[in-house]
Design a protein around this ligand. Sequence first.
Ligand SMILES: Cc1ncc(COP(=O)(O)O)c(C=O)c1O
Length: 401
Amino acid sequence: MTAANPLSKQSPVATSALMTTYGRQAIAFTHGEGCYLIDSNGKRYLDAVAGIAVNSLGHSHAGFIQAIRDQVGTLVHTSNIYEVPLQSQLASELCLRSGMQQVFFCNSGTESIEASIKLARKWAWQKGISDGVILVTEGAFHGRTLGALAATHSAKYQEGFGPLPGGFLRVPYNDVPAMAAAINANANIIGIMVEPAQGEGGVQLPAPDYLRKLRDLCDQHDLLLIVDEVQTGNGRTGRYFACQHSGVLPDILATSKGLGNGFPIGACLAAGKAAGIFQPGHHGSTFGGSPLACRAALAVYEALNKEDLVGNAERIGRYLQDGLRASLKDCSKVVEIRGLGLLIGVELDRPCKELVERAREQGLLLNVTADKVIRLVPPLTLNQTEADFIISVISKLVQEL
Ligand SMILES: Cc1ncc(COP(=O)(O)O)c(C=O)c1O
C-alpha cells in the first residue's frame, strides 16, 4: 500500500541548493514496491540498482516497515553510554551468520572501514608497531572519508584532497605473489585489506583460492586479514558474507549497504587476534547502533532467514547470469559476464554509460561502473519473471549499442 506522500505530485526537487557532488539522472521516484520504483508519472522501473546494492529486501517490505514503525514509536536513540539491548541482539545475529566474535556499529560503509583501520593500527601498536602499513589493492574502493579514501585506488577520487593519511601500500588485485613480495620487502606491514569481489572496480572476481592464500600469508606473518564486505555482505553474493565462498574467516570484516536495507548502518566485526582490542574510549559514534538502526537491521536479517533470500540470491543470480550468457552468446561486444549471487557484471568491449538512460527508457534501472561494465545489483527478492525482463532489456540494448 502506498501512503500519501506530500512530494509525490511534485516535480523533482530543484538541485541548486545542493552541493554538486553527484552527477544525477533527471528523475526522482515517489515510491517503491518490491523490485520496482515508480516515478511521479506512475511509470514503473525494475530496480537493478537497489540503491547501489542497498535495498536487499526491495522497496516497501512489510516486515521491515512494521519493525521500523514499531521502533519509531518506542525508542529511536539513547546513547552508547547506556546498554542498547537491540545492539547486542544484532551483534549476536551478525556473529552467528559470519563466524566473527565482536561488532562495533557505525552508520556507513566508509565508517566501517575507518573503524577497521583504527582497529588494525591499535592491534599493531599493542605489538610495538606504531608506523604500521596496510596492504591494499589496485582497483579497490573503500569509501570517501580520508582514511578509506587513502586506501581507495582512484586518482579521480583522491585528487585535490591531500595530504591523505599514509600507512597504505598498493599491490595488484588477485596477485598473491605480489602480496607476498610486498610483505617480504617491508618490515612494518600489519595487515591486508581487500574486497572479496570488487564492486565499484567493475565486478572483478579474484581466483577462488585468492582469499584462502591471503589468509595463509596473514597467518604465516602474523598479519590481520581485513575484508571489505560493504558491498558483498549480507546475502548479496549468495552467502551471508562473500568470504564464506572460500571458507575463510577474516580477522576484521567491514560491512554496511544491505545490512540496513536503506536505513544507514555499518559494522566492523572482529575475530581471533583482532577481538578484544578496543577498550572504552578507543573508538565511538554518537549514532552508531541506535535502537532504530539495529531494529531495522534485525528486520533485514529476519527476512533474509525466513524468506531464504540468501539462497534466492544464489539461485536467481545463477539464473540471471546463465540467461544473459545464453542470449548474448553471439554478441562480440561482450567481453565477459561474471558475478557471484546478485552481484553481476556484464563487461563490454567499449564504454557503455549511455545504456543507463536507454535502459531507463525501457523501464529498467541499471548502473555502469569502470566505464565498460554493466553492474546488476537488484534486491535479493528478485524473481524469475523479473530476471527475464532484465535479460531481455540488456540483451536488446547491448545488441543495438
Ligand atoms: C566495497 C566498498 N567499501 C566501502 C564503500 C563505502 O561505503 P559508503 O558509501 O556507505 O561510505 C563502498 C561503497 O560503495 C563499497 O562498495
